[in-house]
Write a protein that binds this ligand. Structure first.
Ligand SMILES: Cc1cc2nc3c(=O)[nH]c(=O)nc-3n(C[C@H](O)[C@H](O)[C@H](O)COP(=O)(O)OP(=O)(O)OC[C@H]3O[C@@H](n4cnc5c(N)ncnc54)[C@H](O)[C@@H]3O)c2cc1C
Length: 305
């Protein structure tokens, strides 16, 4: 059987937009995806800040729209998880968990990133609907409201200060008895809008379709704080890249290294979305990276006989 022109691994905003664009170029495209609900955007209650959706849109609905573009453009979609890749020679071989193998002349890696460890109840369910990861990206969505920041690092403190510029009130929940930061930063936090609660932890995020409060355990007592948004800086996260087994150049955190054309260290393999990013980014940025990767793959395929 002839190899595909390109196989795209992961169908989130990055992979779906890459697949749609390459299928529009009339390339033979296979998109392999574990399932919409397995990705960051597909499992987000709400996606805000996506261009063209001033009210926001639910993560699964946004993903369904991307999927419609993929099928309308003529790409093939297979539901399943990738287990491994053989990139020693072109055509490359991609093998799914069920043992099915596919040959391809190019690959786009777009399997995203995921939080490691425990999330409290409500944290996953209300992601994007008040549960956020980055004040620079999403702080404006809670301007004028009450915000809870969880963490003890410089990053958490700086994000609390940034949020205090637009929010009415900021609670900084510190999961230890002191802050792990320089004295100058501690002084800056002495702002009347900011209340620091030491030796405390987040127990639950409350709300049905958006965050309304958080439950915090402080000094052995549970306390409910009314809130419009919660930003946690206590979670570690990693790219979804175990199947790569270091076959392309990656950092220790599993971040795939790419050049300006989204090309990895292996000719013919490209990457886009959260798998190439060192910190949280927006679905719109991942989608745009998918389009850039598609353009690069199209140019690359044009160089093959
Ligand atoms: C730590 C972190 C926090 C974030 N927080 C927010 C936030 O609060 N709000 C917000 O709007 N954005 C947030 N983002 C950004 C946003 O979610 C992403 O930019 C966007 O979803 C990334 O798109 P993607 O296509 O790269 O990955 P994803 O949307 O995660 O999609 C990856 C796809 O790959 C598939 N997949 C995974 N493994 C396999 C496999 N082995 N085989 C086949 N398919 C597979 C999944 O099923 C999924 O469909 C955050 C990102 C990170 C890294």
């Amino acid at each position: 059987m002839n190899p595909y022109d390109v196989i795209i691994l992961g169908g989130g905003p990055a992979g779906s937009n890459a697949a749609a664009r390459l299928a529009q170029f009339k390339r033979q495209v296979l998109l392999i995806d574990k399932g919409i609900g397995e990705g960051f955007t597909g499992s987000s209650a709400r996606v805000q800040n996506f261009p063209g959706f001033p009210e926001g849109i639910s993560g699964p609905k946004l993903m369904e729209r991307f999927r419609q573009s993929v099928t309308a453009a003529g790409a093939e979609i297979k539901e399943g998880a990738i287990e491994s890749m053989d990139v020693a020679a072109n055509p490359f071989t991609v093998t799914s968990q069920g043992g099915e193998s596919f040959a391809t002349r190019a690959v786009i890696l777009a399997t995203g990133a995921a939080f490691q460890g425990h999330l409290v109840p409500g944290e996953r369910e209300l992601r994007g609907a008040g549960v956020f990861s980055d004040a620079h990206l999403e702080g404006a969505l809670v301007a004028g409201g009450t915000v809870v920041v969880i963490g003890k690092t410089q990053e958490a403190c700086k994000e609390a200060l940034l949020l205090a510029r637009s929010a009415n009130r900021v609670y900084l929940i510190v999961p230890s008895s002191k802050l792990d930061v320089p004295e100058g930063l501690v002084r800056q936090l002495q702002d009347k809008k900011i209340e620091i609660i030491f030796s405390a932890s987040l127990k639950q995020v409350n709300g049905t379709d958006k965050v309304t409060s958080v439950t915090v355990l402080a000094a052995g007592t549970e306390k409910e704080i009314q809130a419009d948004g919660v930003f946690s800086y206590t979670h570690d996260w990693q790219t979804v890249s175990a199947y790569l087994k270091d076959r392309v150049q990656m950092t220790e955190k599993g971040i795939v290294m790419v050049d300006d054309d989204m090309a990895t260290s292996v000719k013919g393999i490209f990457a886009c979305g959260d798998i190439i990013c060192g910190r949280p980014q927006l679905p719109a940025i991942s989608a745009a990276q998918g389009i850039l990767a598609a353009l690069s793959v199209e140019k690359y395929l044009g160089t093959l006989s």
